[in-house]
Design a protein around this ligand. Structure first.
Ligand code: NAD
Length: 247
């Protein structure tokens, strides 16, 4: 798709205030599976979706036990940022980035060196207590799971601990969402990368940008509901597409 890439480079070259929306697809080349891509966790096992519901996690100790066990060996703990994460760092260093809004919870944008990251779905690097809101590093809870705890409880109040991520059925942080909307409304280019754009309200940010007059560029291996709104759509692997786009 050399023509599309050239179109993308041209659209990007004109933009001075870029807001990026990233999704799980930017981290698959770092070895972290997405949900809905060709090798996604839910593509391979649709029943895995249940583990992400907040109500199931809160009400069912068995769901929590399975969740802690799978987190113990999660690929995120050993993953390294890839060329796509680094390409977005260079956009920021060039002073052309308004904000990097991410649905990802893996922290790889920050590890790569991005500073203006808005984590609208939270982070798996912290835990939060559902009763008293005490927040601390995930490592503390995982050490207790490794030592035999099935469902490590809050060290302050004994409440249920959860990763500091937003599960289905849980509200987003309104301050973070407001900052993301502000970034979208003040950009001249919305660059959506590695997201199926099927989770609201995150996906709606693309429509919001388009209605506010921003150009939209979508880089994603599979189709999204917003492809029709985009000036350019690029399907190649992000580790190749993003460096080529920003170079
Ligand atoms: P998604 O799984 O719905 O979509 C990912 C998209 O990326 C797919 O359409 C896939 O075709 C595309 N893709 C995968 N690898 C790619 C590559 N190398 N190059 C180009 N495209 C590629 O993910 P989503 O849209 O982010 O939404 C799902 C939710 O999953 C989010 O809420 C997020 O919090 C959560 N999640 C996060 C992580 C992570 O932090 N790394 C991993 C899994 C799920």
């Amino acid at each position: 798709e050399p023509d599309e890439l050239a179109d993308g480079v041209a659209v990007l070259a004109e933009a001075t205030r870029i807001t990026v929306l990233s999704g799980a697809g930017i981290s698959t080349e770092s070895g972290i599976p997405d949900f809905r891509g060709p090798n996604g966790l839910w593509t391979r096992d649709p029943s895995a979706e249940k583990m992400s519901s907040f109500q199931d996690y809160r009400d069912d100790p068995e769901v929590r036990r399975r969740s802690w066990q799978s987190r113990l060996t999660h690929p995120t703990w050993t993953a390294e940022p890839n060329a796509a994460h680094r390409a977005l760092v260079s956009l920021e260093e060039a002073g052309r980035l308004v904000a990097l809004v991410t649905q990802n919870i893996d922290g790889l944008h920050q590890r790569a060196g991005s500073a203006s990251v808005l984590e609208i779905h939270g982070t798996m690097h912290d835990t939060v207590c559902l009763a008293c809101d005490d927040r601390r590093p995930m490592r503390e809870a995982l050490d207790r799971v490794a030592a035999g705890a099935a469902d490590p409880e809050c060290l302050v109040c004994g409440g249920i601990l959860k990763s500091a991520t937003i599960s289905f059925g849980q509200p987003l942080d309104t301050d973070v969402l407001t900052a993301a909307r502000d970034a979208v409304l003040s950009c001249d280019l919305m660059l959506a990368v590695g997201s199926s754009l099927s989770v609201q309200p995150a996906a709606g940010l693309v429509g919001l940008a388009a209605r506010a007059g921003a150009a939209v560029v979508i880089c994603n291996a599979s189709e999204t509901p917003y492809d029709d709104m985009a000036a350019v759509v690029l399907r190649g692997p992000l580790g190749e597409v993003l460096p080529a786009l920003v170079s």
